[in-house]
Unconditional design. Sequence first.
Lengths: 120, 871
Amino acid sequence: MTFSQSDIDALLPLPPATFHILMALADEHRHGYAIIQDIAMRTNSELRMSAGTLYRSIQRMQEQDLIVETHRRPHPDEDDERRRYYQITPFGIAVARAEARRLAQLVKLARARGIVPERA
Amino acid sequence: MRLHSLLLYLYPSSFRHEYGEELSHIFSERRQQSGNGFSVIWLWISEIIDVIKNASPAHWDILRQDLRYGLRTLARARGFTITAIVITGLGIGANTAAFSVIDHVLLRPFPFPDADRMVQLWQGSPGYPQVELSPPNFYDWQRLSTSFEAMAAYTGAAANFLGESEPQRLDGTAVTPEFFNILGVQPFLGRVFNADDVREKAAKAVIVSYAFWQSTLGGIPDVLTKGIRLDSDSYTVIGVMPPDFSFPSRGKQIWIPLVLGDPPKDSRDNLYLQAMAKLKPGVSLEQARAELAVIAGRLAQQYPKENEKVRAVVEPLRDQVPNQTRLLLWALFGASFCVLLIACTNLAGLLLAKAISRRKELTVRAAVGAGRERLVRQLLTESLVLALLGGALGVLFAVIGLPLLLGLVPARLPISDVTVLDRRVFVFAALVTAITALAFGVAPALRMCKGVTYEGLQEGSRSGIGGRREWFRSMLVVTEIAASIVLLVSAGLLIRALWRVQSIDPGFRTDSVLSLQTYLPMPRYASNATRAGFYNDVLTNVRALPGIMNAGYISSLPMLPGGGIWPVTVPGMQGGGTSDAALTVAIRVVSPGYLDTLGIALRSGRDIRESDTLSSPYVAIVSESFVRRYWPNQDPIGRTFHFAFENFPFAEQDRTVVGVVNDVRFRGLERPSEPQVYLAYNQLPDRTATFYAPRELVIRSSTDPASIIPVIRRIIQKADAEMPITAVRPLREVVDLQTAPRSTQIRLVACFALLSLLLAGIGIHGLLSFAVGQRSQEFGLRIALGAKSRDVLGMVFRDGIFLSGIGVTLGLFLSFYSGRSIQALLAGVGPFDPGTVAVVCLVALAMTLSGSLLPGIRAMRTNPVTVIRGE
């Protein structure tokens, strides 16, 4: 699959929910509930995404080719056949990177202005 | 979990199918973790909020996609889209315009506070269900009743106004002080009347309309400190009414106090007061009726001569719309609804045809995963877009078409204006639009998406018309034809009724007769001699003009209200009293030459003469019906009668009949008139019955009546420079006014009927064109096997005539019932008029043949070689 920088730029800035889902899928493929749990864990339960918000985001992200449903499933002992698993696409990785860069740039700007403290 | 599955129904079904199981799964995991009690309740609340929060954007996303896709599809098929929008627009426009008139005239409350408690009061007696009140009766009803918060009387009170420009005749109303209190309307400037204004010696006060204040009094606020001259008196302007105020009817310019006296001096026979009242809160109409019935009964015992048969009539003010107007409007609304029905049916047919041609596209979408519900939703969105655009166009049509309908709004209603663009009408238009979208969208969408399968993709597959679908479209076309037949028959019947009414002989000639009004201001013209001087000046000079055949004056033209209905007593006959319609006559006061000017034929005796004066015996000319009633088969000339009024010396004088004339329809073309009596204008005494002083000048000329108007004006102004000249019009117009609402309605219904005929024709054409396309192989084979062009054409025509035959039969059956429902408008024409039916059948045949012609020619030209090769 090929994509251009303009394809990536067209999606920026990402909605926070989208960015968090991409982060959750960055290292491994997960099912919906695992995504919610991963986000809660990484944000110290500050962000508890609802199931409705999750699946509306997943629907949009699938249409945007950021993630796809995967048929690779965990070991049958750990699997629940009703679950659907999602994985990030190369385009999703590129978009997540671009968004992270954008955010870092913003933080850098804020630091230059003294709005946030320098890194220790 | 079943409850949770139900909750998920709030999501679009495509979303639910895709993620429903996952959502349920997550919910059940959370449910297991949450334990019991309060946390479960909290989990449910947050889940419900989450579903509601996410379901609406999910729907919106789909709607946006469907709209984008639908607009692209519609833009590609521009011809279809424009046709569909125009057809919808016509249907919605016709309904919206008809509704806005009906809403203003019949439905919405009058623009006054507590309008539902306002009632109109009448006297009723045998033959006269609703007549005006006499001042003493009003006085007693007001004094003795307890059901009403207030009761007011009013009566017409026009006056001549002398400003800086030409003298004007102002249309006004004399009202008792309670009038404005009942209406609950505050003046724009100044104050309304109070009890002091109606004292007999009070300074003369006037309240003016906003329009008159703006146009004639300069719109200046210090108008309240200035006086104006009305007739010969000075009045102080004490108030200006708000711009939208109009009561008792549209176009009133002034209101003056009505002084009745305490108690009134008028006779109980003298019926000229309109009365209205406001019920006390909590008092029902029935209670008020019962109370006034008791009071009327008591007055009947007290004054048996005048009041013996007088009843009290109490009706809600909102119901004071003539029945004929009511029926005219509902019939019009029915017609407009028919047009909408036909438009919807036609569109359903068009959409079905369109959907069939899009079958491949739909099949592809189904193959890549779109469910049936998703496809139906897409097609419905497109219908909605069409309906919305059609609705917008419809409102535009309604705004443009509304002036055509205003002829149906009676002038005597207290509504200032009928506007199309207000909230109620918009809500109605939106509702009609939504119903329209559903009506013409749902059936085709459901039918088309049923069984969308892989076969639709196959090359050369017949793009979809199965027998059942053709049957469905045929049914639509039959419905259209039937509805258009109902409209055509109704229009035909109404036209026949109009012709019948127009052919009624009014009893006078209208051709080449000009009429105009000169209201003689009182008390300046209170004496007979002064009036005679003016009439003589005007009539002599007018008759001397070249081309003038004759001219005359009359107190009130036939067919216009306000003539005078008096009871008579004939020596040797029983009777009298206003309460008996069988013994009353219509009176008019006329000058010599009036009868000749209007071509009213003198059957025997002579015309009124200038020499019939106060010093000579009182004379009268009577109509043939008068003679038939009182002296059948006898010579009436020289016989006498008098009017049965008490304490009215002028009326009590014996009148000698000097002439007999043909009958005239004083009450209009469609209503029977009382027998008529003409009195001599020089015998109207001083300061008495000045209301009957002739004011209508009629002139017959051999030249164009319009060309003589300037000369006539000069003659009148020379006779009296302060005399206003109003209502200058050919006499024909006065008669035409009688049929004006009918003509307006017929124009509209005929318009609707033609429109529906056109739509039905398009429907037949569309269906047959499609069917011919589907059967091209069959035609090709038949032609190859030797069928003649004539046979093929005949086959298509047969199909058309078969459909048309069913539609016409159904339509004729329905039109019998629609005819019966408008029978009161048909002036005696039967609801199943053979002539009308024959014409309508011929028109339907012509429509069917022309709708079938093009498809027939196409079928005839089928090339067998191409078709068979295609197979």
